[in-house]
Design a protein around this ligand. Structure first.
Ligand code: PEP
Ligand code: MN
Length: 340
């Protein structure tokens, strides 16, 4: 349920509504960013919704009361009609400009990471990606450099000025990863790790939440809600392909998810064509489709020597291919009224 106050509602009227919500054992959550106050009511209700709507409609200063999905509220466009722009060290994600995030799948060494960071920055990336803690299907595959990898990413940021996006896999490691990262990535496999979602929700860092390979768009929004309801409003959603019966590509890009998410939520939505296709040859076309369908950005894996990459070489672009991609994305962005 959300309570929409009159534009001229007084602070006292807003306070009274808040106090009543709390008196009923519920939690008020005020959307601060808009001129007219909208209060989301969170928590389990033991009275019927119709009764609650009627009850709050009678309060002075209340314009109307709306029932919205019980499953996600803070993530919904009804609660927050305007697009959210997540600021990452001064780099906006969402809004008019399309965001390009690029870098290796894994941080393998200082030389590899610094070199690719310099290149993608010069070619138009505004955020650097790279995994230090890697969720690998086999325990015998490269697991990432851990803290050393984080230190390398921090040096790459120092040198290039690019803020860093990196994955955190364990709720106990949020404290460590946030010392180095600008954006905490929650990977597809952890999209429903609720302890991790809550830990990232209490962090001061922005969160990039990837859709699980077997998860619905609705599940993604409920996971985002876990982060938002802990007080962290800086959430970026990422479509990265889902598992279907189709086996011609690693995953199936759910391009529909982009306009659906843009209509259901105010949060920025990006697409990861590297994981959604699993093949560098298809990364360009799907990245362009993402921007054409309204995504706020793309996240692309780039490696100086993909054949020797320690993870995801098949889907990594060589730097010169990345340059071509960014140039082509510029025209697509322009065609849909955006910039890059
Ligand atoms: C990654 O971004 O390198 C990654 C592991 O992605 P996902 O969680 O989408 O598989
Ligand atoms: Mn990868």
């Amino acid at each position: 349920m959300i309570i929409i106050m009159d534009p001229g509602a007084s602070a006292g009227e807003v306070r009274e509504v808040n106090e009543e919500i709390e008196r009923l054992g519920l939690r008020p959550f005020i959307n601060p960013g808009v001129e007219r106050k909208v209060i989301a009511v969170l928590g389990e209700m033991n009275v019927t919704k119709a009764e609650l709507v009627e009850h709050f409609s009678m309060f002075p200063g209340v314009a109307r009361v709306e029932l919205i999905s019980d499953l996600w509220k803070l993530a919904s466009r009804t609660y927050h009609p305007a697009d959210t722009v997540v600021e990452v060290n001064g780099v906006p994600v969402g809004g008019q400009r399309v965001t390009v995030i690029a870098g290796p799948c894994s941080v393998e060494s200082e030389d590899q990471t610094l070199e690719v960071a310099r290149q993608v920055k010069e070619m138009g990336a505004v955020l650097l990606r790279g995994g230090a803690f890697k969720p690998r299907s086999s325990p015998y595959s490269f697991q990432g450099l851990g803290e050393e990898g984080l230190q390398i990413l921090a040096r790459a940021r120092e040198e290039t000025g690019l803020p860093v996006v990196t994955e955190v896999m364990d709720p106990h490691e949020v404290g460590l990863v946030e010392q180095y990262a600008d954006v905490l990535q929650i990977g597809a496999r952890n999209m429903q790790n609720y302890t991790l979602l809550k830990a990232c929700g209490s962090s001061g860092k922005a969160v990039l939440l990837k859709r699980g390979m077997g998860s619905k768009v609705k599940d993604l929004l409920m996971s985002a809600e876990y982060i938002l309801s802990e007080g962290n409003t800086n959430v970026i959603l990422c479509e990265r392909g889902i598992t279907t019966f189709e086996d011609s590509t690693r995953n199936t890009t759910d391009i529909n998810a982009v306009p659906v998410l843009k209509s259901w939520t105010h949060l920025p939505v990006i697409l990861d064509p590297s994981h959604s296709t699993g093949d560098w040859k298809y990364v360009g076309p799907i990245a362009r489709a993402a921007i054409a369908s309204g995504a706020d950005g793309v996240m692309v894996e780039v490696h100086g020597d993909p054949q020797r990459a320690m993870s995801d070489g098949m889907q990594s672009l060589k730097p010169e291919k990345f340059r071509e991609l960014v140039e082509s994305l510029r025209s697509v962005a322009q065609a849909v009224g955006r910039t890059l």
